[in-house]
Design a protein around this ligand. Structure first.
Ligand SMILES: C[S@@+](CC[C@H](N)C(=O)[O-])C[C@H]1O[C@@H](n2cnc3c(N)ncnc32)[C@H](O)[C@@H]1O
Length: 234
């Protein structure tokens, strides 16, 4: 399987990203800090600024910070991993991504779109709930998305729903964006409903959201009969 952070294509891309960030410092210990509360201090224009990892509006406004923080320092490789996984499964089924019209939900500044474009998909429409994500995608990856909506899928205006249905998406991607105060199950279900049948779906989700004890709603939306050992190794 290709697609890990050591992937040369991915490393080359990271090297090409211009970053305004002069330094990133993590707290000595994250014991007792919930994932949603994690933070770091960054150096920017000679000043130090504290940024919570989930404050995407602040993060996207600083060119290069998202990539440097999550992908370079924390070694997250979800966009390339999921895009490569999708491509390999599609090939196993004797199909190709060439005719994929993708809806990328929680698109952020476009890293998933960038990967999908590399796999030669037909078109990509992005959706995010914050304007700063669309602005950053336009700034960092201007030629990736055919359209990019800033909208709330739990309260989708009719005119936007009509335009999304007209796009006849046959693939949904949602990467590093489900749960933890980000995309709720209801919005994910709405996105699924916008995809043609048959269609393709590629997403990642922390395994605890699939456990029986989960209260977020994801375990009811995706009732996979995992046992504990499968969850740890899947
Ligand atoms: C960690 S980023 C992931 C971005 C991109 N998918 C990637 O893998 O690089 C999570 C994104 O989900 C977006 N998001 C959070 N809640 C959302 C919602 N309810 N609807 C749409 N997007 C949402 C955030 O604004 C942010 O851009």
């Amino acid at each position: 399987m290709t697609g890990l952070a050591t992937d040369t294509v991915w490393q080359n891309r990271l090297e090409r990203i211009d970053s305004d960030v002069e330094g990133i410092h993590f707290p000595d210990s994250v014991d007792g800090i919930d994932q949603d509360e994690e933070w770091c201090d960054i150096q920017l224009n000679g000043e130090s600024r504290r940024i919570r990892f989930h404050d995407y509006s602040d993060i996207f406004e600083i060119p290069g910070l998202y990539e440097e923080l999550f992908y370079d320092r924390l070694k997250c490789c979800s966009p390339s991993y999921i895009a490569n996984l999708l491509d390999s499964v599609v090939r196993e089924y004797g199909e190709s991504t060439d005719e994929f019209r993708v809806l990328d939900v929680g698109a952020g500044n476009g890293m998933v779109g960038d990967e999908l474009q590399r796999h030669g998909v037909e078109s990509i429409v992005g959706i995010d709930i914050i304007r700063e994500a669309r602005d950053a995608a336009g700034r960092d990856r201007p030629n990736v998305y055919e359209d990019y909506l800033v909208t709330d899928l739990t309260d989708l205006p009719e005119v936007e729903e009509e335009s999304l249905r007209r796009a006849e998406a046959n693939c949904l991607t949602t990467v590093a964006a489900l749960g933890y105060g980000d995309i709720p199950p209801l919005a994910f279900a709405k996105a699924l409903d916008l995809i043609a049948t048959p269609g393709w779906l590629a997403f990642n989700l922390k395994e605890s959201f699939l456990r029986e004890q989960d209260t977020s709603g994801f375990s009811r939306l995706i009732p996979i009969p995992f046992n504990e050992s499968q969850l740890l190794t899947a």
